[in-house]
Structures are given as structure tokens and as C-alpha cells.
Design a protein. Structure first.
Lengths: 85, 165
């Protein structure tokens, strides 16, 4: 069980939330990106072994969208890792 | 195992959904509203009307059934400014009271919230889960009150009967 921190409600059970998917890369400039970069942006979903940034919707709560970092090895909610995101 | 609780299904309750900033909503209907709650997931009451702070810029106004028409006339939902929303939602919710010495034990079956009084005080109100359904949970005299979408009312009544049998 995960306790997800909602900015309005505080920590709540994961069952109150709906998974909104990982946060993807920023949209590249289509005029400047190569075909490979564009295909990667469109099709490759972040799936690291370790911290991943995710969106969760507090659907059975206040309705807020929450962005968290979750460690895929432990399911711990962690701080954003250093370096580029 | 049976529990020492009483389950009551309430009749219709007047509920209005208010959206917009506190300033904007207050400017439209401040004379009939209690003071706006400051802390998230709490409520204030005045003259039998409760104002529940259940989301960012989102409130529920709750009163007895016989106050519904009077409130509707004062709130004027169809004439409100474009930056706020007022919708009568009385007929979308079914309310249950779970009261008695074992009310907290029954709630622990149905709801993932920590409902201890130090965490969930008497003025607390929040949306959460009740048997997996989105539900408005608050305290009432001697126990807890839960409101679920009205079409699930019979199902939740059955769940409660089975959980407490």
C-alpha cells in the first residue's frame, strides 16, 4: 500500500487515486528534432529501475492532480533526483 | 462477528455544489453562508447550514431537506456569475449514519481513512472511499456519516448489513 501525498488532503491511501501515467519528456521542436528523437518522444514511455516521475489523480478525493516521484524498486515516494529531469 | 452499531439511511438532504474562489462565491451569496472554512477538509455551520471545504475552490453547502427551496432561491444558481458554479446536487447523494460503540470498527472495514478523533476531528469532512466507492465522510453525533452516489444506495445498504451481521 502506498500513501500518496495530496497537496490538499495530505497523505491518502493509493486506492483513492487513479494512475495518470509517467511524466514524459518535454515536446521537442518538430522542426528541429530528428526522426529518431520524434519517434522516441511519441512512443517511448519512461520505465526506469529507480525513481520515476508520475501523475496521479485524486479521483475519490478532492480531485487534484498530483505529480510525485516513485521508486519502482520499493514503491517509496521519494524526492526528485538531482540532475536533469 | 457482529458489531454494536446502528445503520440509518437518511432521507433526502439539501446539498449544493459550489465552485469558484472564496471571494467570488462569497460575494454572490455571503449573507446565507457560514464563514468559509480555512483548513482543507473541514466544515463550518450557521443556522443549520453547513459549508464543507472539500477541494481547491470547491465547497458543498448542506442543509435539511426543508431548506432546499429557500436556499435555491437565495443562491440563484441559474443567474450566478460566470466565474462561479452553483449546482443543486441533493438528488445525487444517499446518506448513511453509522453510529454506536463499534461505529469506528465498521468504518475501518469500509473506509481507508484514519478516523481517530486526533486525525479526523468533529469538524472534519472529506471525500474518500466507502466500500470502494467515492463517498463524502464526516462525523455525526455518536458516529459517522457517509454519502455515496444515490444509485449505489441499495448496494451500500446491503454491504453495511452484511458487514455488521
Amino acid at each position: 500500500m502506498m500513501l500518496i501525498p495530496c497537496p490538499f488532503c495530505g497523505k491518502r491511501n493509493e486506492s483513492e487515486f487513479i494512475f495518470g501515467g509517467p511524466v514524459g519528456a518535454d515536446r521537442p521542436d518538430p522542426n528541429a528534432a530528428s526522426d529518431a528523437e520524434w519517434v522516441e518522444y511519441l512512443t517511448v514511455v519512461p520505465n526506469p529501475l529507480g525513481p520515476v516521475q508520475e501523475r496521479w489523480w485524486h479521483a475519490r478525493g478532492c480531485g487534484e492532480w498530483v505529480t510525485i516521484w516513485r521508486d519502482t524498486r520499493t514503491h517509496d515516494i521519494v524526492r526528485a533526483p538531482d540532475g536533469p529531469k | 462477528m457482529s458489531y454494536d452499531v446502528q445503520i440509518d439511511r437518511l432521507g433526502r438532504v439539501a446539498v449544493f455544489d459550489l465552485k469558484g474562489t472564496a471571494d467570488a462565491v462569497g460575494a454572490w451569496v455571503k449573507d446565507i453562508l457560514p464563514a468559509f472554512p480555512v483548513r482543507p477538509n473541514t466544515r463550518t455551520e450557521k443556522n443549520g447550514v453547513a459549508l464543507c471545504y472539500i477541494g481547491r475552490n470547491h465547497w458543498l453547502l448542506r442543509a435539511a431537506r426543508d431548506a432546499e427551496e429557500r436556499l435555491e432561491q437565495r443562491l440563484k444558481p441559474t443567474n450566478c456569475p460566470a466565474d462561479i458554479s452553483i449546482v443543486r446536487v441533493s438528488d445525487t447523494l444517499t446518506f448513511f449514519h453509522v453510529t454506536g460503540p463499534d461505529a469506528a470498527d465498521v468504518m475501518a472495514i469500509a473506509c481507508p481513512l484514519d478516523l481517530h478523533e486526533t486525525v479526523f476531528p468533529p469538524d472534519a469532512v472529506t471525500y474518500s472511499e466507502f466500500f470502494g466507492l467515492k463517498a463524502l465522510v464526516t462525523r455525526c453525533e455518536g458516529g459517522f456519516e457517509c454519502a455515496v452516489e444515490q444509485s449505489f444506495g441499495d448496494m451500500v445498504a446491503d454491504y453495511l448489513a452484511r458487514a455488521t451481521a
